[in-house]
Design a protein around this ligand. Structure first.
Ligand SMILES: [Zn+2]
Ligand SMILES: [Zn+2]
Length: 386
């Protein structure tokens, strides 16, 4: 693999950082130790500016090139947060915090971007400025959104942003990308179904919420099967059905449903949100109860920009000899917020034949480090060629 020699040399050091972060996972915005470690290393590398506390616990490092004739600034982003999962890898550097685990490989992403920052600080072989972005709370907390809301893009005049995620099942160190919509918008809903409780042997005296909610669960499936264009992509999943009743003979007063909606276009997203409320209203009217829908918009669709995705693929091909076309992914990714603010691209780097992300036996594959770091370095040296 034509990885930069520098990273072959740095590999043991970067691996050590990765395993240290792996052993000390932190969830959502609680990345205090990880953020401090990142900031300390960026200062030690000689970054021109290191700012902590962007998007609560996010860290930004600035590296100026040998010249700045281009006047351009490129942002490179990694995520730092772990997941609330009990690790089952049996590794000698497994999580020291029971119930927290780097099960999505953000330990690897952080270590790889640190490796690239060290290389770029030493070599500065580019014309312009690099901003390395370390964000907390990718896993549902919207840390990327918070960094954008803190004015990061304007404060450092970022022109383009790039991101990377490891991908189990793809050959280690290989790359895959697609232009346009890539990761889904991830919305959630809580639905309160209200009726009249009572004795299970006297259903005529009740407004049975379990029957109402059951009709609703089935009817919501028609958003995907009857309302959405069949060539579009949408998932509507009801994932929780709860009542306050624990008895065999009580019809509960309320049922609470929870679930998620995944879409790949703003039109489909708006349609799903509207239909969900209309269907709920119709079911409530049918049975004479009431249904309240709380629809919560999560991450937007993550859309790769065409020109930058093409450039990212060409860099990947140079680093690892090729770049595959990635499939559409119905998972969410809050790098979407950064790609809404600036053009850029997000790429997958193969993690080899490992457990899937979010599995208790998953582990980031350190063999992907040279390819990942080289991709970062090449993005900068090619995009900001002097
Ligand atoms: Zn994840
Ligand atoms: Zn992840």
């Amino acid at each position: 693999m034509p990885v930069k020699n520098r990273f072959a040399e740095l590999l043991p050091e970067i691996t050590e950082w990765r395993r240290d972060i792996h052993q000390n996972p932190e969830i959502l915005f609680e990345t205090h130790r990880t953020s401090a470690l990142v900031a300390e290393k960026l200062r030690a590398f000689g970054c021109d500016e290191v700012v902590e506390g962007i998007g609560r616990t996010g860290v930004v490092g600035v590296i100026k090139g040998k010249s700045d004739k281009s006047g351009k600034t490129i942002g490179l982003r990694a995520d730092m947060d772990a997941l609330p999962i009990l690790e089952a890898t049996g590794l000698d550097y497994a999580s020291k915090t029971p119930g927290a685990m780097h099960a999505c490989g953000h330990d690897g992403h952080t270590a790889m971007l640190l490796g690239a920052a060290k290389y770029l600080s030493e070599t500065r072989n580019f014309d312009g400025t690099v901003v390395v972005i370390f964000q907390p709370a990718e896993e549902g907390g919207g840390g990327g959104r918070e960094m954008c809301e803190d004015g990061m893009m304007d404060r450092w005049s970022i022109d383009e942003v790039y991101g990377m995620h490891n991908w189990p099942g793809n050959p280690v160190g290989s790359f895959a990308i697609r232009p346009g919509a890539f990761f889904a918008a991830t919305d959630t809903f809580t639905i309160a179904v209200k009726g009249r409780g009572g004795h299970a042997a006297k259903p005529h005296e009740t407004i049975d919420t379990t029957v109402m909610a059951s009709h609703l669960v089935l009817a919501l499936q028609t958003i995907a099967s009857r309302n959405a264009d069949p060539v579009g992509q949408i998932v509507v999943s009801v994932t929780s059905f709860e009542t306050e009743s624990k008895a065999f003979n009580v019809i509960p007063e309320t049922v609470t449903l929870k679930g998620t909606v995944r879409t790949l276009s703003p039109e489909m997203r708006d349609m799903a949100a509207a239909r969900l409320k209309e269907i709920a209203g119709g079911i409530a009217a049918t049975f004479g109860g009431a249904i309240d829908v709380d629809y919560m918009k999560g991450y937007p669709v993550m859309v790769n920009h065409g020109e930058q995705a093409e450039f990212a693929a060409s860099v990947a091909a140079k680093v690892s000899g090729g770049c595959d076309e990635a499939p559409l992914i119905m998972g969410g990714e809050d790098f979407a917020f950064m790609l809404e603010e600036r053009p850029g691209a997000y790429i997958l780097v193969g993690n080899g034949d490992t457990a899937s992300v979010h599995h208790p036996e998953y582990n980031f594959n350190d063999e992907a480090i040279p390819a990942g770091c080289s991709w970062w370095a090449e993005i900068v040296e090619q995009r900001l060629a002097g």
